[in-house]
Design a protein around this ligand. Structure first.
Ligand code: CTP
Ligand code: ZN
Length: 152
C-alpha cells in the first residue's frame, strides 16, 4: 500500500485559500483581514508541515473573495503567502502576493507629528525596501520600518 495523503484542513467548495503563510504571521493575517467579522465558514491551521517553511499556516474562507487592497495588506506581513481562488472545489486562480511599490491607507505612519496622525488624511507611502520592509511617508518623508509597522 502506498503513502496515504491527507488534507490537514478540509477542502472548500467556493472561496479563498491563503496558503504558505509563515506560521508566525498567521494571526496577523487573521487580524488584517478582519476575519472576526466574517459570518461564512472559516477554517485555519497553523504549524502545519511545509517543505518550504518548515511550519506554515493556512486560512480557508468560504464564499469570500478579497479585494486588491486586502490582498496587498497580506503581502506586507506574509509576502510569501499564496492566494488560491476556489470555485466548485477547483483551484481556478493562484496568485503570488507582491508588495506594491506604493501603498495607500494600509499602514500607520510611525511619526507622531505626521499630518496623517492628526487630520483625516489617508496615509500614503513609497516602498523603498521590501526586505526588510521600509516605507517612506509621502507627507512627512519619515521612514516606517518593519519593526514599527502598524496596520490600520
Ligand atoms: N484547496 C482547498 N479546497 C479545494 C481545493 C484546494 O482548500 N477545493 C486548498 C489546498 O488544500 C491547498 C490550496 O488550496 O492548500 C491550493 O491547492 P492546490 O493548488 O491544489 O495545492 P498545491 O498544488 O499544494 O498548491 P501549492 O503549489 O500552492 O502548494
Ligand atoms: Zn508621515
Amino acid at each position: 500500500m502506498g503513502e496515504v495523503k491527507q488534507l490537514s484542513v478540509s477542502a472548500i467548495r467556493n472561496g479563498t485559500v491563503i496558503d504558505h503563510i509563515p506560521a508566525d504571521s498567521l494571526f496577523s493575517v487573521i487580524n488584517i483581514l478582519g476575519l472576526e467579522h466574517i459570518t461564512t465558514q472559516i477554517t485555519f491551521g497553523t504549524n502545519l508541515d511545509s517543505k518550504k517553511f518548515g511550519k506554515k499556516g493556512i486560512i480557508k474562507v468560504s464564499d469570500i473573495y478579497f479585494t486588491e487592497q486586502e490582498i496587498n495588506k497580506i503581502a506586507l506581513v506574509a509576502p510569501a503567502a499564496r492566494l488560491n481562488i476556489i470555485r466548485d472545489y477547483e483551484v481556478v486562480e493562484k496568485h503570488q502576493l507582491t508588495i506594491p511599490d506604493e501603498i495607500e491607507g494600509i499602514v500607520k505612519c510611525f511619526n507622531p507629528s505626521c499630518v496623517t496622525n492628526h487630520e483625516p488624511v489617508r496615509t500614503r507611502f513609497r516602498i523603498i525596501s521590501k526586505n526588510p520592509l521600509r516605507l517612506k511617508c509621502h507627507y512627512c518623508e519619515k521612514i516606517t520600518d518593519e519593526e514599527h509597522l502598524t496596520i490600520i
